[in-house]
Design a protein around this ligand. Structure first.
Ligand code: F6R
Length: 270
């Protein structure tokens, strides 16, 4: 895992976007087809999506024909609800990135066959050739996707009960806690781990404890994000606040500053 500690939110977004863009370019070169991306919702990746949009506009990124898979979806929000992840992905990803909505898959939180929906979603990822680059955030309780503490590290896409901490954290998107759904569908940890490359963004002191457990704690379902320690190609881009509980923060800063030129993936067109 490479840990990049950036000076501020704008730098987190810029560096994470450069990493994602690089993964997209190399996926296209390697496989000869447009890239397949995995998308997180929430606040953390919004700057990254804005940076990708800017790259499309200046021609440094081409996502024509690209496909996407969202990490998760609430169960039970009415179709078209502005906080359903189908709508959030449409607003913040599909439209700004000019993706074909037919190629952007979001789990159906109103399906009357949730298990079938999850199984078909897994199959759609396989049919697309797998995810080239998965974008993730991290919950304050260490979740990725909506894999709450206690999730199997090998889990696949499935229904899940949201942790109370997650519901409270996400209350800011709703008028009251009662409106925050209690159930969701989420890609599993095993599903996320199948992505060829993973880019995480995290900001703020409320993520500091989860980030420290993820990077420096044992691999354990009590911190689901710690499973990323076992993935061969993960980049974690965080700000100073999110890095504030890391005992290895200085090492990561030094490694980034002293990186030899040939390893500087943040140089355009590297
Ligand atoms: C959202 C998702 C979640 C969020 C996490 C952090 O699709 O999968 O794991 O990434 O809850 O959310 P924010 O970025 O809003 O702090």
């Amino acid at each position: 895992m490479e840990v990049v500690i950036a000076a501020n939110a704008a730098e987190v977004a810029r560096l994470a976007a450069l990493r994602v863009a690089r993964a997209c370019r190399s996926a296209t070169t390697r496989r000869g087809i447009p890239p397949v991306l995995g998308f997180a919702t929430g606040s953390s990746p919004l700057g990254l999506y804005a940076e990708l949009t800017a790259m499309l506009e200046d021609g440094s990124l081409d996502l024509a024909g690209a496909a996407g898979f969202a990490l998760d979806e609430y169960i039970g929000l009415p179709k078209g609800h502005p906080e359903s992840y189908a709508e959030v992905i449409r607003r913040t990803v599909t439209e700004p990135l000019g993706l074909d909505p037919a190629y952007v898959h979001v789990l159906d939180g109103n399906s009357d066959d949730p298990l079938g929906t999850c199984a078909r979603f897994e199959q759609a990822i396989i049919d697309a050739g797998g995810v080239d680059v998965q974008i993730v955030g991290i919950g304050a309780n260490g979740h990725i996707g909506f894999n709450e503490p206690g999730s199997s590290l090998a889990s696949r896409t499935r229904p899940m009960t949201l942790a109370e901490r997650t519901r409270k954290d996400n209350q800011r998107f709703f008028d009251s806690l009662d409106e925050v759904p209690t159930q969701c569908l989420t890609q599993g940890l095993g599903t996320i781990m199948d992505a060829r490359e993973i880019v995480m963004v995290a900001k703020g002191t409320n993520k500091a404890e989860a980030v420290a457990k993820m990077l420096e704690g044992p691999v354990s379902s009590s911190c689901p994000a710690s499973v990323l320690q076992l993935h061969p190609n993960v980049t974690i881009v965080i700000d100073d606040d999110a890095a504030s509980r890391l005992s290895t923060a200085e090492h990561h800063r030094m490694a980034w500053t002293n990186k030899p030129e040939w390893m500087r993936w943040d140089r355009l067109n590297h």
